[in-house]
Design a protein around this ligand. Structure first.
Ligand code: ADP
Ligand code: MG
Length: 330
């Protein structure tokens, strides 16, 4: 296959599938030693250390559904991997390898260059090797599959929460949707909005935090659809409910300043934060405090797990009606 790629390059043909792969994705760079065969053959071969469990996640991003046509290509590259790493984070897994299925209506070298920059910058940060993929003509979109590892049975599921556990969230939910709205409403020139926009375009998957919570947390999920919806999924999987204090929500100063009254609803319903929402038995709270002291992100206790189904938010002692999400994929 390699020979074919170079033949195309020498004749400087327009970018075909092979040229795209060679130029933008088959980067030499630092190689993981556990990649036996990477990009370039019919399939990749990797070596998982004996005894580890393999953890696999797949997520797609398509133009029109997950990003707009004018979204920076670097952000699309970053997010296509970030959303997947966030799923591994929510299981407490260490990321290892990724594959990328990429589809576009035509080969745009400038777009591809920025896309791959965004993707590889994040891959390097978490030492993830791109080991294969597919490149096809079609609507602009990506499907990334990530592979990670955990020690046998050492992962977290959504189903482990028990009544009495505390419920915690990392970071500042609502910032990402705030950033998206600033872009949509073109108010982004306003002072203080850059941080929110960065949170939307370049979300940071909480990979190391997720791994640190294994053996500590009882259940975990990453917040992709909005805090309220994802809390509902976490509790439903655990057969429990939750009583949460909306007053405890860690609204960022920028979100408060730019969105005022709207900030609370954004934190509850805005998606794409890629923060971790987890539960923890009360007896482990002091251990958690020690662990999070070393983290670069905030961790906030929002409330507790209850026996009765349903997620209820209170604000100043009154029950809060959570507004419907404005955006759903289906
Ligand atoms: P095949 O026709 O056997 O599927 P391809 O020509 O599509 O092989 O791909 C050649 C090699 O390039 C394979 O190793 C494949 O995994 C890899 N590849 C294709 N597209 C991408 C991509 N977008 N990113 C990373 N690797 C890719
Ligand atoms: Mg192929």
């Amino acid at each position: 296959m390699g020979a074919k790629v170079w033949a195309h390059r020498r004749r400087a043909r327009p970018l075909d599938e092979y040229a795209i792969i060679e130029r933008f994705f088959a980067r030499p760079g630092r190689r993981r030693r556990d990649v036996v065969v990477g990009i370039g053959d019919d399939a990749a071969v990797t070596r998982l250390p004996a005894g580890l469990d393999l953890v696999i996640a797949t997520d797609s991003l398509f133009e029109g559904t997950h990003f707009t046509a004018d979204a920076p290509a670097r952000s699309v590259g970053h997010r296509s991997l970030a959303v997947n790493l966030s799923d591994l984070a929510a299981m407490g897994a260490e990321p290892l390898w990724a594959t990328l299925a990429l589809s576009m209506p035509q080969a745009d070298a400038a777009w591809l260059s920025e896309f791959s920059r965004g993707l590889f910058a994040l891959a390097r940060e978490f030492d993830v090797a791109l080991i294969g993929g597919d490149t096809v003509r079609g609507p602009t979109g990506t499907t990334v599959t990530v592979h990670g590892a955990v020690r046998p049975g050492q992962f977290l599921m959504r189903s482990g929460a028990r009544p009495g556990d505390g419920i915690y969230v990392t970071g500042h939910p609502g910032d990402a949707v705030g950033g998206r709205l600033l872009l949509e409403r073109t108010r982004f020139a306003r002072r203080g909005g850059a941080g929110l926009i960065r949170r939307f375009l370049y979300p940071v998957p909480r990979v190391r935090e997720g791994q640190a919570l294994v053996g500590l947390a009882s259940a975990m999920i990453d917040v992709s659809d909005g805090l309220h919806d994802d809390a509902g999924k976490l509790m439903a999987a655990s057969g429990c409910g939750a009583e949460l204090d909306a007053g405890a929500l860690p609204l960022s100063p920028a979100l408060r300043q730019l969105f005022g009254e709207e900030a609370l609803a954004l934190a509850l319903t805005g998606g794409e934060d890629y923060e971790l929402l987890f539960t923890l038995p009360a007896a482990r709270e002091s251990h958690l405090r020690k662990v999070i002291a070393r983290w670069g992100c905030a961790v906030t206790r929002l409330g507790r797990v209850t026996r009765h189904a349903g997620v209820h938010w209170e604000l100043d002692g009154k029950l809060l009606t959570v507004p419907d999400r404005t955006f759903r994929h289906f």
